[in-house]
Write a protein that binds this ligand. Structure first.
Ligand code: ZN
Length: 96
């Protein structure tokens, strides 16, 4: 594979040192931010930040919702089990 010399998308006179993992655009030393071992352009970092924020929002809700539902519904479940057992005992008492 021939290595093609590429230039920064923001600075056409500077050689690119890598590509942004998000946008795929070639970026120079100045435009590159190394984060978690990979290169990001400024735009790439913004997109990453937005994605992470979105993920946090998605992950935050179900956890809390299940906790609230479990807290509200557990007494109801206990009541239903209690009534079921009462019905069972009552029916067994009638048969004998
Ligand atoms: Zn640049």
């Amino acid at each position: 594979m021939a290595l093609k010399k590429t230039f920064c998308q923001n600075h056409p006179d500077r050689p690119a040192i890598g590509v942004c993992v998000i946008t795929g655009q070639p970026i120079c030393e100045e435009c590159s931010t190394r984060y978690e071992g990979v290169n990001y352009s400024r735009e790439g970092l913004r997109i990453l930040q937005a994605r992470r924020a979105q993920q946090n929002k998605i992950h935050w809700w179900p956890d809390r919702i299940w906790l609230v539902l479990a807290t509200l519904l557990s007494p109801l479940c206990v009541l239903l089990i209690y009534l079921g057992l009462l019905a069972l005992i009552f029916e067994l008492g009638l048969r004998s």
